[in-house]
Design a protein around this ligand. Structure first.
Ligand SMILES: C[S@@+](CC[C@H](N)C(=O)[O-])C[C@H]1O[C@@H](n2cnc3c(N)ncnc32)[C@H](O)[C@@H]1O
Length: 251
């Protein structure tokens, strides 16, 4: 059956069953909301301007992960809108030249291109999915947007195994993994952070309860700011890693 025919059959079935379930008026209202809503997977504005292919949504089953626990703990791919990443970076109030920017779960690389327009010491993408890593490599080769001010490198593997670079860090996360892996990644950051005096900032996008709870269990990650959005997808929280001896004593 042609794809358009199967999409139509699927839509008419959903429509009929919705009308049975919630009535015609409510079905039409929800349909209108859906038609008017911003669909991040369909937003091609960044790619049109830069010659890349960072759009779409890649469900976890298509990330090509062999290990079953990786499949359980990895979240799908969806690029963050460029203006959200820019807003986050500009809110950090830092001297970019003194920081490395690491995107944990970099997917096809959109956030990396946005970050590399600022003069970070380096910009690194850490991505577990081989096909997404390959897509980011292809994007690096075809990017034709405004000149980049920092070099991008790509690292394919589990964030748990990524060795943190020295110096000040911005560790960008767009809800990349489940709570178990997030906890282990944070513990790894804490264990290596204290090797030297430095600042480690973690802007966490799509800052929902399950992720917040993992940070809350680790008081060395101090919540610096929380920014809300009518679309929960883009609410974000900034955490700063603070060495244990700099934390106020527990009450
Ligand atoms: C929501 S996407 C974020 C994409 C990108 N950071 C951005 O902002 O445009 C989450 C990404 O995390 C990756 N991921 C999931 N688990 C991971 C892990 N353990 N290590 C590295 N990357 C992981 C997924 O494959 C996916 O590409």
């Amino acid at each position: 059956m042609p794809e358009s025919q199967s999409n139509w059959n699927n839509f008419s079935r959903v429509f009929r069953e919705s009308v049975g379930l919630i009535g015609l008026s409510m079905t039409l209202r929800y349909l209108l909301i859906w038609l008017l809503s911003y669909k991040p997977y369909d937003d091609l504005s960044f790619d049109r301007a830069n010659g890349t292919d960072t759009g779409g949504m890649v469900p976890t089953r298509d990330l090509d992960l062999e290990d079953e626990s990786d499949r359980w703990q990895s979240n799908l791919y969806l690029g963050s809108p460029a203006r959200v990443t820019r807003h986050i970076i500009e809110s950090l109030d830092i001297n970019y030249r003194d920081y490395s920017f690491i995107d944990y779960g970099s997917g096809k690389g959109r956030a990396l291109f946005v970050a590399a327009r600022y003069p970070f010491r380096r910009v690194v993408g850490v991505e577990i999915s081989p096909p997404l890593h390959a897509a980011a490599e292809a994007n690096l080769a075809r990017y034709c947007g405004s000149p980049l001010q920092s070099e991008i490198s790509l690292w394919c593997g589990n964030a748990l195994d990524y060795p943190l670079p020295t110096g000040n860090l911005v560790l960008h996360m767009y809800h990349p993994f489940g709570p178990e892996v997030l906890g282990q990644v944070l513990d790894h950051i804490s264990a290596t952070a204290g090797d030297q005096p430095r600042r480690i900032l973690i802007p966490y996008l799509f800052s929902i309860g399950v992720a917040k709870a993992v940070f809350r269990e680790r008081p060395e990650f101090v919540r610096v700011r929380d920014e809300l959005c009518v679309n929960n997808l883009y609410r974000w929280t900034l955490y700063e890693h603070t060495p244990a001896d700099a934390l106020p004593p527990a009450p």
